[in-house]
Design a protein around this ligand. Structure first.
Ligand code: G4P
Length: 543
């Protein structure tokens, strides 16, 4: 897919951040692996004029991806480690679609991406319903107050009953489902979708493997009844049932409930056959909130029209083997961004020049001249920037930082060849500041053998691969027997000194002390015997 430059709006208000923000929809797709996230992303792009494509949106099984994988490991394992950003125009809106890593081991990364969006699409496989990873990601959305739209995918093949699926959403996650379309024909024999607001049926002619847009014709209820017989009857009966329980999406209260994160609009379709995908885009444009004022650390909202401010939500190095540089992904929260402007890096108070601002990451980069709230800007050579950092112009602001997750896997990391110690240290420092893994240390262990703490074991593979590949420092990893961590303080560290099977280490990035335990029983016993000891849960534990 070739990228084109951003369409110029040309209006008098073109540079007004408020007007531009209202045209933006910034969202991510959350799903269990294999529910069809990559396929949906490609299908969405088919309906839209792609402005820029960034990072890794994956094509699998020989299908051409929107953009290509950048890391061998991703290709081999069919997983997405890096996040991508795809920007496209739809109707008169600009849509920013942020990709999330597909695998649960990278939930921490997903959490960061979800800190940068205004809405999420929860993608369900019609045959499987709510799967574990979807539930976990949904919890993150709830935690962050991100409104969720639900898209039930793969309706072109056998699956579950639609009523059963919406019931599962309500029972399992407590979100009130409000279907805005409803399938005519069972999963595996989809005839079309009823548009609930006006009762018309959109009948589809399938598009082969997402290669082109599915065509549809609109039938009024009488014609649909005459031509679709029992399938139509069944759909209308199901809809009548939904009407009775008031699960409609036609009131200001319903919209408010969705935006407050207590209800979810539900749509059905097939990403592969390109069915229901344009409807999803319409729903995003009509229902999902545009960028709004973002609360700062003290809870005070930064108005959209205020001078520039942005949140670094991801730092990614060497996305391209020919450019070994480091890109910080910044979500614009207020004001207008103009390339070349000098910002302040809030964490250090130092100026940050934005000469190298990119609209596209990965292999096809292009310089970005301006951007608005909701947009994502890639800042190149951003060595000082870390996920969670704030950048601002003119009027200072500090956004709440993005918390680290509770690690559950631990390993000691040593360089395999001592002559590469310098490269090893540099690599560890870099991966730590990118947030690829948490690096823990103690005086006892020393700098040569830091402990790596991961949310999922695949993170270790990423670290090993990158240290060998990018830094020329292959490593040996020895797994440790700890399974959980609690935040503690100096008094806690002192009290736990010498305790069998427990170790206190310091997280390098923020100096937080972590007490590591082999299992929850040991933790419980210690907590019971020492009620005054600080042993605070970390983020994932509290979700
Ligand atoms: P992910 O990013 O969420 O992991 O999922 P991905 O899009 O890779 O899709 C996973 C599998 O599900 C793919 O099949 C894809 O073709 C299929 N799929 C996605 N959407 C639909 C749909 O609407 N209907 C049907 N029937 N299948 C769908 P695969 O066999 O793993 O890959 P491929 O060889 O088909 O590319």
């Amino acid at each position: 897919m070739t990228a084109v430059s951003a369409p110029s709006t040309g209006e008098a208000t073109a540079e007004d951040p408020g007007t531009q923000a209202r045209r933006r929809r910034t969202f991510a797709v959350i799903s269990h692996p294999d529910a069809g996230k990559s396929t949906l992303t490609e299908a969405l792009a088919l309906h839209a004029e792609v402005i820029s494509a960034a990072g890794a949106v994956h094509g699998k099984g020989g299908r051409k991806g929107v953009t290509s994988d950048w890391m061998d490991m991703e290709r081999e394992r069919g997983i997405s480690v890096t996040s991508a950003v795809l920007q496209f125009a739809y109707r008169d809106q600009v849509i920013n679609l942020l990709d999330t890593p597909g695998h649960g081991d990278f939930s921490e990364d997903t959490y960061r991406v979800l800190a940068a969006v205004d809405a999420a699409v929860m993608l369900l496989d019609a045959a499987k319903g709510l799967e574990p990873q979807t539930l976990k990601l949904f919890d993150v959305c709830r935690d962050r107050g991100v409104p969720v739209l639900t898209f039930v995918n793969k309706w072109d093949r056998p699956g579950r009953e639609p009523l059963e699926l919406v019931d599962e959403v309500e029972q399992t996650i407590g979100l009130r489902p409000m279907p805005i379309t409803w399938p005519v024909g069972i999963a595996g024999d989809l005839r079309g979708l009823v548009e609930r607001a006006d009762g018309t049926m959109h009948r589809f002619t399938r598009a082969a493997h997402g290669a082109s847009k599915a065509t549809s014709e609109v039938l009024d209820a009488d014609r649909a009844a005459a031509e679709e017989g029992p399938d139509w009857e069944r759909a209308t009966e199901e809809l009548a049932l939904l009407d009775e329980i008031g699960a409609g999406f036609d009131s200001p209260e319903a919209l408010a409930a969705f935006q407050a994160g207590t209800a979810t609009p539900v749509m059905f379709g097939s990403a592969l056959s390109n069915i229901g995908v344009a409807r999803l885009l319409d729903a995003l444009v009509e229902l999902a909130p545009p960028p709004g004022p973002r609360p700062d650390q003290k809870g005070e909202p930064r108005p959209i029209e205020a001078p520039f401010s942005g949140l670094v939500f991801k730092v990614q190095a060497s996305m391209d083997r020919s450019h070994r540089d480091r890109v910080a992904f910044v979500r614009i929260c207020s004001g207008r961004f103009e390339r070349g402007m000098v910002l302040t890096h809030d964490a250090t108070g130092r100026p940050f020049a934005t000469k190298y601002a990119q609209a596209m990451f990965g292999r096809d980069r292009s310089t970005i001249e301006e951007a608005f709230p909701g947009d994502i800007v890639g800042l190149v050579n951003a060595t000082a920037l870390r996920p969670g950092d704030t950048l601002w112009a003119d009027e200072p602001v500090t956004f709440p930082t993005i918390p680290s997750f509770a690690p559950e896997h631990f390993a000691v990391c040593r360089v395999a060849d001592m002559s590469k110690t310098k490269q090893f240290r540099k690599g560890i420092e870099q991966l730590d500041s990118e947030g690829v893994i948490q690096v823990l240390s103690s005086d006892l262990r020393g700098d040569q053998a830091p402990v790596l703490a991961a949310v999922g074991p695949l993170q270790f593979e990423v670290v090993s691969a990158r240290l060998a590949d990018e830094f020329g420092a292959p490593v040996k990893l020895d797994r440790l027997d700890y399974q959980l961590a609690r935040a503690t303080d100096a008094a806690g560290a002192e009290a736990l000194k010498g305790a069998v099977g427990i170790e206190v280490l310091t997280r390098r990035l923020d100096g937080q002390m972590l007490a590591l335990f082999p299992h929850k029983w040991r933790l419980q016993a210690v907590a019971q015997n020492n009620p005054d000891l600080l042993l605070a849960p970390l983020v994932a534990d509290t979700l």
